[in-house]
Write a protein that binds this ligand. Structure first.
Ligand code: 7RM
Length: 510
């Protein structure tokens, strides 16, 4: 479904009658939808005739029709009307939302559930092809969402809270639907994109609704930075009192820009680390209590017991990188991978027996603050040195003319792996070989010669998931000339084609 109010209504209706939901982002292909329906054995699809993209209607129902050709468990397709465009309906299977829902009583006794009953499944892509169906249950999940939403956002009666994520991502589940609604927060829910009709759309909305809390992802912050702060500063953003970040490590430049130009220098920034699997925020500052540092998610929340370990399970000293672990269970933790208990054990519980392994690298500093360093599968090994993608990317974007960067390892006969950087420049930069050299030297200066990218390619865009995470796995495939792995979670397929062409034509700045 698009980001329309029928989406949270449908989720809560499921929860009320004790049916599990499995929200699939509307931009996914019909194959991705089909696989998720079949894996979760869904009986009903709830969709819409279409949604709006930059003001123009864009159909959704045809992809659903394509997907359900091959889903034996599906009995009905319920269709909300959003665009009113001509839509084919299959007699006996497809039903308009208004024809069913509008006739119902406004009373529905809740089904009493056990705290460990299934609330929802959410598919998240891992390193291999098949996405994992993460299981969340009712009692603990709701506890985790409600507590963290209250503590991290310090939510008050008169706050206007805006989590700008898509509900198709776990952030939308926990921090648009379950957490804020449990806490009776007043929320803004937005259907469109940040830059339509104008790049100041968000800032205009914040001014209009007097939004006091904004929660978004670093990728969006960097996209706004690329447009320049002029769009923000022409609006009155003084209603804001707190800013949140989620989804990736936030580089210090973006943190500071966010704090200065959006927060007017007055708002704490809470950089919140968590995962689909953790269900709710695990590591984050508490506003007004924690001393923040640009780029650090600071400390585990009360009740969360984390550590950074080396390969053998020993705690690493302050300042050294290692593997993040969670030592104790927490209320909203995942309860398994749907239909695959073996993979669940293997993925999360086998690296360190008895400890939860999230798959992220991290470093703790002298003050005990955590600095997340990206997925451990993304770590590069150059001549025996372990290099973090996050640190090199952060060094690249600290250059004035760089908008975004992604770094991967490329097989190298000499050093095992070599650093390959994909770089998006700001409009006023000149993507020539000379500037490529300047950037490589910039990294060498910031981190050290070992981190200097061997290859550097300028690209207009990067392959990202819908929630804005760079799909480094695909960039690695491109860099090593391999066929691409699973691309079903990619937000825009044309981006990889573009980069592949450019990279095949040898158009890099080595
Ligand atoms: C909420 C969400 C989870 C992965 C996680 C990390 C990365 C998320 C941060 C972060 C550094 C952060 N769920 N991640 N938040 N890395 N700092 N504040 O993103 O399942 O889609 O992704 O995202 O690698 O393991 S998710």
């Amino acid at each position: 479904m698009p980001m329309i109010i029928e989406l949270p209504i449908a989720m809560l209706a499921c929860a009320r009658i004790g049916a599990a939901h499995n929200v699939v982002f509307g931009g996914f292909s019909s194959e991705a939808l089909r696989d998720r329906i079949n894996d979760s054995q869904a009986k009903l699809v709830i969709t819409a005739d279409g949604g709006y993209r930059r003001g123009a209607p864009s159909p959704l129902k045809p992809q659903v029709d394509e997907a359900v050709k091959d889903t034996p468990t599906i009995e009905k397709v319920l269709v909300a009307k959003r665009t009113g465009e001509e839509t084919a309906m299959q007699e006996g299977r497809d039903v308009w939302w208004a024809d069913v829902v509008d006739k119902q009583s406004d009373q529905c006794a809740p089904e009493h559930m056990d705290s460990e009953d299934l609330l929802y499944i959410m598919y998240t892509s891992g390193t291999t092809a098949k996405p994992k169906g993460i299981i969340h249950t009712t009692g603990g999940y709701l506890t985790g969402c409600a507590f963290t939403h209250k503590a991290v956002f310090d939510i008050k009666e008169d706050d206007i809270y805006w989590c700008a994520a898509d509900i198709g991502w776990v952030t939308g589940h926990s921090y648009i639907v379950y957490g804020p609604l449990t806490n009776c927060a007043t929320s803004v829910m937005y259907e469109g994109v940040p830059t339509y009709p104008e790049p100041d759309r968000w800032w205009e909305m914040i001014e209009r609704y007097k939004v006091s809390i904004l929660y978004t992802a670093p990728t969006t912050i960097r996209a706004h930075m690329k447009n320049g702060h002029g769009y923000a500063t022409k609006h009155d953003l003084s209603s804001l009192r707190l800013l949140g970040s989620v989804g990736e490590p936030i580089n210090p430049e973006a943190w500071i820009w966010y704090q200065r130009y959006i927060g007017g220098g007055n708002c704490p920034v809470v950089d919140t680390w968590w995962q689909t699997e953790t269900g709710s925020i695990m590591i984050s500052p508490l506003p007004g209590i924690t001393t923040t540092k640009p780029g650090s998610a600071t400390k585990p929340l009360p009740g969360i017991d984390a550590d950074v370990l080396d390969h053998d399970g020993n705690e690493v000293p302050a300042g050294k990188g290692g593997y993040l672990v969670l030592n104790k269970p927490w209320p909203s933790m995942l309860r398994g991978i749907y239909g695959d208990p073996e993979r669940y054990k293997q993925t999360y519980w086998s690296k360190y027996p008895g400890l939860y392994f999230p798959g992220d690298g991290a470093r703790k500093d002298q003050d005990g603050d955590y600095w997340l360093m990206g997925r451990v599968d993304d770590v590069m090994n150059v001549s025996g040195h372990r290099l973090s993608t996050t640190e090199i990317e952060s060094a690249l974007v600290s250059h004035d003319l760089v908008a975004e960067a992604a770094v991967v390892g490329q097989p190298d006969p000499l050093t095992g792996e070599a650093v390959f950087a994909f770089v998006i420049l700001k409009a006023r930069a000149n993507p020539d070989a000379e500037f490529g050299k300047e950037l490589r030297d910039h990294v060498a200066k910031k981190i050290g010669p070992i981190a200097k990218p061997k290859r550097l390619m300028f690209t207009p865009d990067l392959p990202k998931t819908r929630s804005g995470k760079i799909m480094r796995r695909l960039l690695r495939d491109i860099a090593s000339g391999q066929p691409l792995g699973d691309t079903t979670t990619l937000a825009d397929q044309s981006v990889v084609d573009l980069i592949q062409e450019a990279s095949a034509s040898g158009d890099d700045e080595e």
